[in-house]
Design a protein around this ligand. Structure first.
Ligand code: S3P
Length: 433
């Protein structure tokens, strides 16, 4: 795909697509609840559609009328075995959370995905689930997908210190703990996104998080009741336009209905720290959403480390681009988890942005970026990673000359209308969009 810079900036209002983490979980909780769940503003991106299809295969009736997704819950005891391996594409969230759900089911399931998923570490989930009494194995006894899950109806509760800060691992253990008899305690290294915990409460279940935000207690077995879920916009998708608005001259963007769960808003804290011209309005505390206005900004470098990292882990590639336009040295550390995302995002971010002239150096656990540097067009590659693809597309809008983005289709994992939305904000889209 050929991309050229914009001289007029980006302007207008954008409704941010639905939250990926919440969309996945709405299908899962809907399936495991008793009664009907309706989901409005579900993200129809490839990852969440993989979750939807997987639960259909496990015998859960799910319909989509184009507006509302309706899930007829089957309860924890109603899932059915599927006799061939289930393809869940590129989605780490789908495979890891389903491992926790299937650990408590009295049948065998195999889950597999694409080449990227086949390289992602699964021991972090398999080890605690095996301790609880399920039997999970990877391809040829490795920790990599395809993963075969021999579930057990007699899971034991577990006390577990998470070795990595990961909401996917935490959530997988929670899903298994909900099916075990007794109380499980999960202790996090750093607090991570809490959508699973929030949804347990929304669906009528119980879970406690200690005041440190890192110790979670959950008792099994539990039952859930179907709910109406309205998914807010994804701050991780908004991030691309927050940064685009800040770094592209003559820009002003209004982003509506953006999720502001505090476990996800690290990018807001960092952008304010970097003196971005960013404001939040219309805070809707009940739906945890807000409207955000971003204008072209004069930016200062910063250091990003420690407890904030899980609150912005998916935003680090686009924050790295932001830092290329800030004055001074930005240091990102304690982010080694970036190496095991859809790509090694430390390497991918540094290598692709260097092609465009950025002064960016990969480290063992992050990136060091010296700014500001003018960027120039180049042939760059999403490497099949949606967030790397979108970051590079935003970079192309300030780069001198033409950029060629390889594998742009990766964006459909979380943001199918990404390129159309850019066109619209550049004033080139259809009038009625
Ligand atoms: C997610 C958790 C994070 C995040 C991913 C979605 C979730 O992964 O990167 O995009 O929905 O729980 P980790 O748990 O591996 O950090």
């Amino acid at each position: 795909m050929k991309l050229t810079p914009t001289s007029q900036g980006l302007q207008g209002t954008l409704q941010i697509p639905a939250d990926k983490s919440i969309s996945h979980r709405s299908i899962m909780f809907g399936a495991l609840a008793e009664g009907t769940t309706t989901i409005k503003n579900f993200l129809r991106g490839e990852d969440c559609l993989a979750t939807l299809q997987a639960f259909k295969k496990l015998g859960v009736p799910i319909t989509d009328d184009g507006e509302t997704i309706t899930v007829t819950g089957v309860g924890f005891n109603g899932l059915q075995a599927y006799d061939t391996p289930i393809d869940i594409g590129n989605s780490g969230t789908t495979i890891r959370l389903m491992m926790g759900i299937l650990a408590g089911q009295p049948f065998i399931t195999t889950l597999f995905g694409d080449d990227s998923l086949a390289k992602r570490p699964m021991n972090r989930v398999m080890l605690p689930l095996n301790q609880m009494g399920a039997k999970l194995t990877g391809e040829k006894n490795s920790e990599f997908p395809p993963i075969t899950i021999v579930g057990s109806k007699n899971l034991k509760p577990l006390t577990y210190h998470l070795p990595v800060a990961s909401a996917q691992v935490k959530s997988a253990i929670i899903f298994a703990a909900l099916q075990a008899s007794g109380t499980s305690t999960i202790i996090e290294k750093e607090a991570t996104r809490n959508h699973t915990e929030e949804m347990i409460k929304q669906f009528g279940g119980q879970i406690e998080t200690a005041s440190d935000g890192k110790t979670i207690t959950v008792k099994g077995p539990q039952t859930f009741t179907g709910q109406e879920v309205i998914v807010p916009g994804d701050i991780s998708s908004a991030a691309f336009f927050l940064v685009a608005g800040a770094i592209i001259p003559n820009s002003q963007l209004l982003l509506t209905n953006v999720g502001i769960n505090p476990s996800r808003t690290g990018i807001i804290d960092v952008m304010k720290q970097m003196t971005a011209d960013l404001t939040l309005d219309h805070l809707d505390q009940q739906n945890q959403a807000a409207t955000m206005t971003i204008k072209t900004s004069q930016l200062k470098a910063t250091t990003i480390s420690g407890e904030i990292i899980p609150r912005l882990i998916d935003e680090l590639p686009i924050i790295a681009l932001l830092a290329t336009q800030a004055t001074g040295k930005t240091i990102i550390k304690d982010a080694e988890e970036l190496k095991v995302k859809e790509t090694n995002r430390i390497d991918a971010t540094a290598a692709e942005l260097r092609k465009m002239g950025a002064d960016i150096t990969p480290t063992d656990d992050g990136l060091v970026i010296q700014g500001p540097t003018p960027l120039h067009g180049a042939v760059v590659d999403s490497r099949g990673d949606h967030r790397i693809g979108m970051m590079l597309a935003v970079a192309s809008l300030i780069a001198k000359g033409e950029t060629q983005l390889l594998r742009p289709e990766a964006v459909a994992v979380s943001y199918p209308s990404f390129f159309e939305d850019i066109q619209t904000l550049m004033g080139k889209g259809s009038e009625d969009k």
